[in-house]
Design a protein. Structure first.
Length: 354
C-alpha cells in the first residue's frame, strides 16, 4: 500500500481532532513525508520537475483536502454530542460581570443639576483654559491681587501676539461669559473643573467647583439666603439644615458672606444637620457693580447674587470621604466602595420642596 493511501486511511479513521493533528504533522509537518517530497523538487532538472511537480502537488492537495474534510466531520460530531448531553439550567442566576460605577463627583454634579433645575437654573459651561480678562480683570481683580500670584495660578506659556492664558482658578469666568451672551435676567449654575497650585488632604491641584448666579431687578440678600437654605436642605436631604452667614470679602461681590452649615454627631460621625457646631461650605455675596459693568449690564438697572462651593467637598460631607486626594487616585477599590450603580436612580427623587 502506498504512503498516500496509508495516510488517507489514517485520516479517515482518526477518532478525534488530536489524532487527526498527529497524522497531519507526520505528513505535512517540517519532517513529514509529503514535505520531504516537495523538497526534492529543488534538485530536479526542469524536465523532471515538469513531470514530477504536478504529481507531488496532487499528493499534497489530496492529504490537505482529506484532513480538512475529516476535521469538519469531527467538529460536527462533537457539536452533536454536546447538544445531546449538555443542559442549561435557566433557573440559575446569570454569572456576574465586572461593572463600572458612577464616580461620586459625577453623582453630585447630577444632584446639583436636578436641584437647581427645580429652582429654575440653567447649566452654563466655559473653557478650562481662560484668558486673563475673563479669569481676573472682569471679576474686579486688579493686577496686584494675590490670586494672580504664581503660587495660586497655573500660567500657560504665552503665544506670540495672544493674551496671557491660565488654567481657570474658578468657574466665575463662566458667569461673565453667560452674562455677555444672554444678558439679563439670568439664572445659571456653572459646574466644572478648576485648577490651583495646592495639594494636601483637603486640596488638590485640580478639583471641581459649582457656582451660581442670579441677575434680575430688585434682587437682595434675602433671596440669596433662601436659595442657599433650599439648596442645602435638598442636597443633604434633611430639614434640620441650618446656615449662618458671616461677613467676608471677595473682589467680585459686595457685600460678601461666608456661609456656614450646622453639623451634629450621629453614630460617631459628623453629619450636616443640627447645630452642635458650624463648618464653612460656601462663599457668596451680591454681584459687584464693576462685574456687572464688565459683562455689559447696567448696574443701576440690574443686580444679583452669586455663590460658589467645591463639588468634591460636598461629596465628602454627604458620603463620608475624608481625603480629597483619593478622588483622583483611580484606586478601583475606592471607586467600588464609594461609586454609585449606573442602574440606580443617580439623582434626588424628591425634588425641592416649596
Amino acid at each position: 500500500m502506498s504512503d498516500l493511501q496509508q495516510t488517507l486511511d489514517r485520516i479517515a479513521g482518526a477518532p478525534d481532532l488530536h489524532s487527526l493533528d498527529a497524522v497531519r504533522v507526520e505528513a505535512l509537518g517540517k519532517s513529514g513525508w509529503v514535505t520531504a517530497l516537495l523538497k526534492t523538487l529543488g534538485g530536479m532538472t526542469p524536465d523532471e520537475r515538469q513531470q514530477r511537480g504536478p504529481e507531488i502537488q496532487g499528493i499534497r492537495n489530496a492529504v490537505s483536502d482529506a484532513i480538512a474534510a475529516r476535521k469538519e466531520q469531527l467538529e460536527a460530531q462533537e457539536l452533536d454530542r454536546r447538544l445531546a448531553t449538555e443542559r442549561l439550567d435557566l433557573s440559575l442566576p446569570a454569572p456576574t460581570r465586572p461593572a463600572g460605577t458612577i464616580h461620586p463627583v459625577s453623582q453630585v454634579m447630577d444632584e446639583l443639576a436636578e436641584i437647581f433645575a427645580d429652582l429654575g437654573f440653567a447649566v452654563a459651561e466655559g473653557p478650562e483654559i481662560e484668558d486673563d480678562w475673563h479669569n481676573f480683570t472682569a471679576l474686579n481683580m486688579p493686577e496686584s491681587h494675590p490670586a494672580r500670584a504664581m503660587h495660586d495660578t497655573f500660567y500657560c506659556e504665552p503665544l506670540d501676539g495672544e493674551p496671557a492664558r491660565v488654567l481657570r482658578t474658578h468657574t466665575s469666568p463662566v458667569q461673565i461669559r453667560a452674562m455677555m451672551k444672554h444678558g439679563a435676567p439670568l439664572r445659571v449654575i456653572a459646574p466644572g473643573r478648576v485648577y490651583r497650585s495646592d495639594s494636601d488632604a483637603t486640596h488638590t491641584p485640580m478639583f471641581h467647583q459649582v457656582e451660581g448666579l442670579v441677575i434680575d431687578k430688585a434682587i437682595h440678600m434675602g433671596h440669596l439666603k433662601w436659595t442657599l437654605e433650599t439648596f442645602l436642605k435638598a442636597f443633604f436631604e434633611r430639614d434640620d439644615v441650618a446656615i449662618r452667614m458671616r461677613p467676608s470679602y471677595f473682589p467680585f461681590t459686595e457685600p460678601s458672606a461666608e456661609v456656614d452649615v450646622g453639623w451634629s454627631m450621629e453614630k460617631g460621625r459628623r453629619v450636616v444637620g443640627g447645630q452642635e457646631g458650624w463648618m464653612e461650605v460656601l462663599g457668596s455675596g451680591m454681584v459687584h457693580p464693576s462685574v456687572l459693568a464688565a459683562a455689559g449690564l447696567d448696574p443701576d438697572e440690574w443686580q444679583g447674587f452669586a455663590f460658589g462651593t467645591g463639588i468634591d467637598r460636598l461629596a465628602m460631607l454627604k458620603y463620608g470621604m475624608n481625603d480629597l486626594r483619593q478622588f483622583f487616585d483611580g484606586d478601583i477599590r475606592w471607586l467600588k466602595h464609594y461609586g454609585f450603580s449606573a442602574l440606580a436612580v443617580p439623582t434626588l427623587s424628591a425634588g425641592v420642596g416649596a
